[in-house]
Design a protein around this ligand. Structure first.
Ligand SMILES: Cc1cc2nc3c(=O)[nH]c(=O)nc-3n(C[C@H](O)[C@H](O)[C@H](O)COP(=O)(O)OP(=O)(O)OC[C@H]3O[C@@H](n4cnc5c(N)ncnc54)[C@H](O)[C@@H]3O)c2cc1C
Length: 420
């Protein structure tokens, strides 16, 4: 075999995997059909756990040196309550960063190269090679050439995104699949200074505002997919009209200048795929993809890369790759189900329940609780545990829960018997 591992896709998932494998001494080839560090559709918040991983890998300084501003505080406004607070710290990291993908992906690829991985840009994988049902390599073409080239390896990692052709070639099974539910639009603005990150929930809309490189402000809007047909006639109008629903945000944005075109995509599937098989593995969006509304994809990809690279390197070390990969899917999925379910719920834009309203009102003037709530949104605590009975009881107290139950009961009674 020419390589220990070939990684298809050189962005957050692929480059992180290649970096960690090369650092463990494996012979790695990473290919991508696109130029390294080119832009891609992504509004790119890296949540605190993702930033903590970058710090652990020695890459956070590079991100900061590239002029990526930290976001330590967030203003969260659901239309009835406004929370302001700071993220909890994890391994000494207390901020979210929103690096442009041109910055983040290039940083990871450079680090993978520095660790010894070979990188082939402009190389499109067209098919996988198999022997006795096992993947043995990739075949494809370099941009501008006709020659079909084959590279062989013990393992091929598909880090080739949500429409992964590696996943398709190995017929990886999809599960917990939900259809696209929302579309997203975002752009970059100059002259829109912000002092905190801003998040808004409005009926049928979600908005996020974060600072990014080059002194620009990224402004993101999510909308139910059912509104796409109407909105697409004038997406800019739809986008600005949404900002006008968020206090003075529309005004502040209009006072600035749009620095880049508005990007919009309805291509937001939600699915898990089988993570490994004979001679192959999937990482990042190729393995688990979810709507952008909770901004988890990059942090998930970094976590997934670390879990996979550890299993693969251990497998090579003990001469039992398949054995080492056997538990990988369970480990990958273990921390993801609750955030996946929350993401799908949010992308459905169900109106906030009484529970959420009571909860937010109860924590608004308790900084430690606001911090914990923001930490849950950042993926630092399972939403299932956070919204579980035990935690609600702790926050609202028995009387608060009783009031909530009473209000829910009255609401149900009013629905059943109007006029009561
Ligand atoms: C609108 C939007 C906003 C988002 N905002 C956020 C956010 O704020 N925070 C967050 O964490 N996540 C966000 N995400 C999700 C995030 O962008 C993805 O989770 C992340 O890009 C996944 O990284 P990846 O490396 O797995 O795949 P990708 O970034 O999709 O990279 C795949 C790579 O594979 C290459 N490739 C594909 N096929 C081949 C082939 N046949 N041969 C060679 N190369 C190939 C591609 O060229 C590409 O470079 C957002 C997504 C969308 C759509």
């Amino acid at each position: 075999m020419g390589y220990d591992v070939i990684v298809v896709g050189a962005r957050v998932a692929g480059a992180a995997t290649a970096l960690l494998l090369a650092r463990r001494g494996l012979k790695v080839l990473m290919v991508d059909r696109s130029p390294v560090g080119s832009d891609t559709i992504s509004s790119h918040q890296v949540q605190v756990p993702g930033v903590a991983r970058l710090a652990r890998w020695g890459l956070l300084d590079g991100l900061v040196a590239a002029g990526t501003p930290p976001t330590r505080e967030v203003r969260f406004d659901d239309g009835s309550t406004v929370l302001r607070g700071a993220f909890p710290a994890l391994d000494g990291v207390d901020a979210l960063y929103s690096p442009r993908r041109t910055v983040l992906d290039a940083l990871l690829v450079d680090a993978a190269r520095a660790a010894g991985a070979e990188v082939l840009e402009g190389f499109r994988v067209e098919e996988l090679t198999f022997e006795g049902g096992r993947v043995t390599g990739v075949r494809g073409r370099a941009r501008g050439t006709n020659a079909l080239l084959t590279y062989t390896s013990h393992l091929v990692v598909g880090a080739d995104g949500k429409h992964s052709s590696v996943a398709e070639a190995v017929a990886a099974t999809r599960y917990r699949h939900r259809p696209p539910l929302a579309f997203a639009s975002y752009s970059y603005w100059s002259g829109v200074p912000i002092t905190t990150g801003e998040m808004y929930q409005r009926p049928g809309r979600a908005v996020a505002v974060f600072p990014t490189n080059d002194n620009l402000t990224m402004v993101y809007v999510a909308t139910p997919l059912t509104a796409f047909a109407d909105a697409r006639a004038d997406l800019e109008r739809h986008y600005l009209a949404t900002l006008d629903r968020c206090g003075d945000l529309g005004e502040r944005v209009r006072a600035g200048e749009r620095a880049e075109r508005l990007r919009t995509t309805p291509d937001q599937p939600n699915a898990f795929r089988t993570a490994t098989g004979p001679g192959w593995a999937l990482v990042g969006d190729a393995g688990v993809v979810l709507d952008s509304i909770t901004a988890q994809g990059i942090s998930n990809a970094l976590r997934d890369a670390e879990l996979l690279a550890t299993a693969v390197a251990d497998g090579f070390a003990r001469g039992d790759l398949d054995g080492a990969l056997a538990g990988h899917q369970r480990r990958r999925d273990a921390g993801l189900h609750a955030m996946y379910d929350l993401t799908v719920d949010m992308a459905r834009f169900a109106p906030p329940g009484l529970g959420q309203r009571h909860l937010l009102a109860a924590i608004a003037d308790r900084p430690a609780e606001v911090s914990r709530f923001l930490g849950m949104f950042a993926g630092m605590e399972s939403p299932a545990a956070y919204f579980g009975g035990g935690n609600l009881l702790r926050i609202l107290g028995a009387r608060g829960i009783a009031r909530l139950a009473g209000a829910a009961g009255r609401l149900a009674a009013r629905r059943l018997c109007p006029g009561t």
